[in-house]
Structures are given as C-alpha cells and as structure tokens.
Design a protein around this ligand. Structure first.
Ligand SMILES: NC(=O)CC(=O)C(=O)O
Length: 274
C-alpha cells in the first residue's frame, strides 16, 4: 500500500486550500499512490475563533471537493480534518475518509478537545467553539482495517488500543502540534502509540507558518509497528510517499506477541482498590 502525506500550507482563503489540494494530487498522479493523508484543519487556519466561520455541513463544498478528487484520482483520501457544522449549529473538528469511488467510508469527530495552557508556552482552547465527538473510528479498506483519530486524541492510549482491538493495523492521524509540544512530544508520542499497539501510525501535519497565530510543528511522519520512523518531513510544505505492507504488523505481533500476552484479568481497578 502506497501512502502519500501532504504537508500543506494553510491559507486564510478556504478555496485556496482546496485548490492547493487539487494541485498536489495532480503533482503526484504518476506515483499511483493508494492513499493520501492531509493535516488537521487543512482548509482553515487553526484558530478557535475562526472555526465557526469556516465550518460546513457534511456533504457541502469542502466535503464535495474531497470526494470528487478521491474519485477522479481513484485513491483513498484521509481528508485531514475540517470544521464541521451539524443541524443544531454545533461545530466539530471532523476527519473524513473517502474511498476510490469518492464514497465516504468513515467519519471521526475529535473526541478529546485540545484545551491546554502551558506556562511560557502554548495556550489553546478548542472547547471555546467546538463540541467533542464520542466515537472510536475504524474503517475497512481493500488492504484491511484501519483506524482514525485527530491529533490530541492520540495522547489518550485507550482510544488507539480500542481501534487495534477492533482490527486496525494502521492508524491515520491528521495533526498539528505546535512549537511547545512538537519538539517535546511529537516523535515520542507517535512512536509510543505504534510500539504499544504494534501498528503503523501515519501522522500528517500542516506546514509551519511562522506568521500564523498558531504555529504548527510540521514534521509529518510515518512510524512502523516496530516503532521505527519510516519517514519524517521537516517543517516546510511538501509531500512524502512511502510503501507499507500491513502484513508486517502481523509479523511483529507474532514475533513479539504483546497484544496476546496482555493480562486483562489483572487490569481491573476494582481488584486493586484498598
Ligand atoms: N493540536 C492538537 O490537537 C494537539 C497538540 O497540538 C498536542 O497534543 O500537543
């Protein structure tokens, strides 16, 4: 399975972001990739107060363009995330997956909202404008089952573990760490989730823009079930392409059978309460 990760610049103008996606897809057409992954909020600046203005209902402009591009280029598209508005006017940070025919086969609303306040570092409060989703998302492809979550969700190991329990051997993570948490945790976190779940983890960021209100760390990466970094970008815009074999996850799980060796019988809080 050949995966392309697009680490794109995020422009103020939504249509420019969508045109950029089309340009990138055109640029790699000859590579015949199977799946393309985008970063968190790829069509909208990562600024809490802007999410309501950019939010769209499922099935409208950004969604339609992503679906049409997936169909036109005959690829699976992990359409990053984008602000989504529901019927009641609530806004979510939502990731969609489209198949080669442009059909939506998965949807994940960020379940853990990114509310942090680090002294001398990054402040962010998604809950000012966003509502949290409440699902664990896996989807079926011709290559096998995969999971999907968004950025901060990956910090909560229970969610990835549930995807893996449901059969995922790859987890897609549209993300946008920042200049405080990026250098401290980005690689460590992606490698940890890959290692403890013995699966591929595909982390795709937006490119760094020093003039933006929220400065993304960049460094899109792809980690193997052994915990190795197969590929990692720097902070600049561009793309990378890698080929993975999902059977490698089975091999690692067979040789180092962590998932089978778990002691679920003792991981029960009530047994250890004093
Ligand atoms: N952007 C996020 O949701 C998360 C993040 O930047 C971090 O966990 O650090």
């Amino acid at each position: 399975m050949k995966i392309a990760q697009f680490q794109m610049h995020v422009y103020e103008e939504k249509k420019k972001n969508l045109r950029q996606l089309e340009d990138y897809m055109k640029r790699i057409e000859q590579e015949q990739v199977d799946m393309i992954a985008l970063g968190e909020m790829f069509n909208c600046p990562y600024v809490t107060q802007k999410f309501p203005d950019y939010a769209e209902k499922e099935g409208t402009e950004s969604w339609e363009i992503c679906s049409a591009l997936a169909k036109q280029y005959h690829v699976y598209l992990s359409a990053g995330s984008m602000p989504e508005k529901d019927e009641a006017g609530r806004i979510y940070n939502t990731a969609y997956i489209f198949d080669r025919k442009g059909k939506q086969i998965a949807k994940h609303r960020k379940a853990h909202l990114f509310d942090i306040d680090i002294e001398g570092g990054q402040y962010f409060k998604e809950s000012d404008t966003l509502t949290a989703g409440d699902s664990c998302t896996v989807f079926e492809t011709e290559f096998g089952k995969m999971g999907l979550c968004i950025c901060y969700d990956l910090r909560f190991p229970e969610l990835s573990r549930m995807m893996v329990e449901q059969g995922a051997r790859v987890i897609f993570v549209p993300a946008a760490f920042n200049m405080t948490t990026g250098p401290a945790h980005w690689e460590l976190l992606f490698r940890s989730r890959a290692l403890d779940n013995q699966c591929f983890v595909v982390g795709t960021s937006d490119a760094r823009d020093e003039s933006a209100e929220y400065v993304s760390w960049g460094h899109s990466l792809l980690v193997s079930p052994w915990g190795n970094i197969i590929g990692e970008m720097d902070e600049k815009e561009g793309y990378m392409i890698h080929e993975i074999d999902l059977k490698y996850a089975d091999k690692v799980r067979r040789e180092l059978p962590l998932l089978n060796a778990r002691r679920k019988d003792i991981y029960r809080e009530e047994l250890h309460r004093r």
